[in-house]
Design a protein around this ligand. Sequence first.
Ligand SMILES: [Zn+2]
Length: 327
Amino acid sequence: MMKKVFRFLLPFILLLITNYNVYCWGFYAHQKTNYYAVFLLPPEMMVLYKPSIAFISEHAIDPDKRRYAVPDEGPRHYIDIDQYGKYPYDALPRKWSDAVAKFTEDTLKQHGIVPWHVQTMLNRLTNAFKEKNFSLIMKYSAEIGHYISDAHVPLHASSNHNGQYTNQKGIHGFWESRVPELLAEKEWDFFVGKADYIKYPGDFIWARVLESAQAADTVLLYERELTKQFDDDKKYSFEERNGKTIRQYSSAFTIAYNKKLDGMIERRMRQSIYAIASFWYTAWVNAGQPDLKSLIAQKFSEADIKEFENLNKQWSSAGKMIGREEQ
Ligand SMILES: [Zn+2]
């Protein structure tokens, strides 16, 4: 009898305790990709980035925090490219002004603008290097890393971004948080050679977005297939986190999914790391390779520190992401 009651109540209990936040690429993966990107830089850049590696990785997640406070922030993290027809989505002009002329800015923002925003950030970072502005170099480096990583996530290039249309809610955080958090430290390798100069940054980031879009179906399909092989009580497990019991994908299910994806998540993280370092390097070269040694001793201003504190305050007191959610 008790068992029956429990069975009946289980979905409601699950609903209650799964209502917690997850973030794009997870905070964990964003911080990792920015961190490891530093090691791909040439010595002339390493002199500045290495001592600042804690800042660069910690602030990798600022753009996500901002999603709780700034309405314009959300669309910079994704593109629902399937809204523009079929792969390779030729109906969508790659150039911002052409795309605006064809679809209007409102529509573009509605479906997400990540490939364009990466290019905006590249321009900002290039100017920061030209001005040798320590604080902006640091902030933009950390933040462009975030958007580049997001562009590498298949579910950031699909309107079914959390499996909400296919009864797979939760897959977003599963792919980009749960799997790396369980496996990256133990099994994955993030040393990936060195940064390259990117001659055509627009083409580069669009190519990554198209790869993401192409992989989205696999990400969703494999989870569905695997679910058929796992009973609910094997697919999920319960864990204490910050005093709360949460439901999460079980270790067995997570490991099986990663295996089925044949290293896709590790590969996308490695490609993110390479892309981040290469964008930083490209900005620096395009700015005329300024000498960064003179910036090492610089510190953030009072105003900067206030700004970081405010962002944290807004984020921790805000209950909900503005715009579409990813839980
Ligand atoms: Zn994001």
